[in-house]
Ligand binder design. Structure first.
Ligand SMILES: C[S@@+](CC[C@H](N)C(=O)[O-])C[C@H]1O[C@@H](n2cnc3c(N)ncnc32)[C@H](O)[C@@H]1O
Length: 195
């Protein structure tokens, strides 16, 4: 039997309205970040501006030396108290899984601050929507990297949403879509969880 996220929260004795994590904290499983690195190469410094507990940043650091990390909240990793939406610091690359309720604002701000690439993990349905379509017409992503399986951020089982990496690169106006091969990583992860 599968249960929805709301039902899972009821089973856990939490109020449905409390179901969103504090400040949208949904740490990204490492295979999802690895998929980005398999299909996209960055040049220069990377800023992870909503780093949470460093789940994504630790994967980035395995491949890139110059990774800066910050978050609005103190989650014991990187610099805390940094509101990305109020920053005016420019950097070569910005990579994150943004708080979903502020995803649009993160896209706009990231496009202003990233000198080369902006890579955001977003729900696939963010390809649609009138306001977003207008923004994408002006700033088309260079690459969409589809994560083929639904992503289970909290490890509750039966995740509900599909995601993709939306990658913008200055100077590239044509969008390429690729489907990441995450099957092996996903099978390994499920085996590890069962063991
Ligand atoms: C979906 S979690 C992602 C965490 C991490 N990037 C990962 O993928 O594992 C979003 C994070 O954004 C942070 N956040 C929310 N609003 C923010 C803001 N205005 N500026 C910076 N970080 C923010 C939250 O505290 C949370 O840690």
């Amino acid at each position: 039997m599968t249960t929805t996220v709301n039902e899972q929260y009821k089973l856990l004795g939490r109020k449905v309205e409390d179901k969103r994590q504090s400040e949208d904290f949904y740490p990204t499983p490492s295979y999802v970040t690895e998929a980005l690195l398999e299909y996209h190469h960055f040049r220069g410094k990377i800023w992870e501006p909503a780093c949470g507990d460093g789940r994504m940043a630790e994967v980035l650091k395995k491949s890139y030396q110059d990774v800066e990390c910050s978050d609005l909240m103190d989650r014991g990793y990187g610099q805390s108290g940094v509101d990305f939406l109020k920053s005016n610091k420019r950097v070569a690359n910005i990579v994150t899984n943004p708080p979903f309720q502020l995803a649009y604002e993160f896209i706009e701000q990231g496009l202003k601050l990233a000198d080369d690439c902006l890579a955001l993990l977003l729900p696939i349905r963010y390809l649609t929507g009138k306001k977003r379509a207008k923004l994408y017409a002006k700033f088309p992503p260079a690459k969409i990297i589809v994560i083929p399986n639904k992503v289970d951020f909290l490890g509750f089982g039966s995740p509900a949403m599909e995601f993709a990496w939306f990658v913008w690169k200055r100077g590239i106006k044509q969008t390429t879509i690729v489907w990441a091969d995450t099957h092996d990583a996903d099978v390994k992860r499920k085996r590890k969880k069962k063991a």
